[in-house]
Design a protein around this ligand. Structure first.
Ligand SMILES: Nc1nc2c(ncn2[C@@H]2O[C@H](COP(=O)(O)OP(=O)(O)OP(=O)(O)O)[C@@H](O)[C@H]2O)c(=O)[nH]1
Length: 206
């Protein structure tokens, strides 16, 4: 069992919900809070998300590692997270002062969850364009994640979603555990997510 090293946070959610967009927004928000950071991305058979993140120049390229998830994205974050654990261990070795590793899962369905052997805390990203009935479907990602993020709130008026009941239903499905809304396009709501992550896994004041 891991005794030392950076805190590990999983970021999961359906395809296209905005996981990479959230990571892109969280990097500067966490840097502003003094957090020493690295990222692991999981893609099916490419390094697409890692390459996209490297192009942003938000982090040194050696702080962004890619894991190829193969056919089942949830396998490498839940059933056999060895590849991700090895990637995180290598970041711990290369960057001894690292505070936090964000582990972005490949896009998957509402049933994807993270192994607690891999992460200390995980969040699940859904988006309003996926439908306001997602919280009612009570998938394990929605129910079990430490933090539920409802992204793309800017799109609500265009897809016929009223946000307040969606948030209410999500909170009820999660027995009151936290639900936060973001608009990654306009960088809105990101500070609250960064504060929640810092409060949950780091000792430093957010
Ligand atoms: N309008 C709007 N678009 C967003 C927002 N967040 C992300 N997007 C867009 O949604 C699309 C998917 O975002 P990604 O960050 O690639 O989503 P992802 O969950 O990482 O996707 P996969 O890795 O393929 O599962 C992109 O075109 C983003 O620009 C948002 O808050 N508002």
């Amino acid at each position: 069992m891991r005794k030392i090293g950076a805190a590990r946070i999983g970021i999961g959610g359906p395809v296209g919900s905005g996981k990479t967009a959230l990571v892109e927004r969280l990097i500067p928000a966490l840097h502003k809070r003094g957090v020493d950071l690295a990222v692991i991305t999981n893609d099916l058979v490419t390094h697409e998300d890692a390459e996209r993140l490297r192009r942003t120049n938000l982090l040194a390229p050696e702080r962004i590692l890619a894991v190829e998830a193969g056919a089942c994205p949830h396998t490498v974050i839940r059933e056999d997270p060895t590849l991700n654990m090895e990637a995180a261990d290598s970041l711990d070795r290369d960057f001894p002062d690292l505070d936090l590793i964000l582990i972005e899962s490949g896009g998957d369905n509402l049933a994807s969850t993270f192994s607690l052997d891999l992460v200390d805390y995980w969040l699940f990203v859904i988006d309003v364009a996926g439908g306001d009935d997602i919280p009612r479907k009570r998938g394990p990602g929605v129910i079990q994640s430490d933090l539920l993020v409802i992204n793309k709130v800017d799109l609500a008026p265009y897809v016929g979603v009223t946000l307040a009941p969606m948030i209410r239903e999500a909170s009820a499905a999660r027995a009151g555990r936290p639900v936060l809304c973001t608009n990654c396009r306009a960088n809105e709501g990101i500070d609250a997510v960064a504060d929640a992550l810092c409060a949950a896994v780091l000792y430093q004041a957010a």
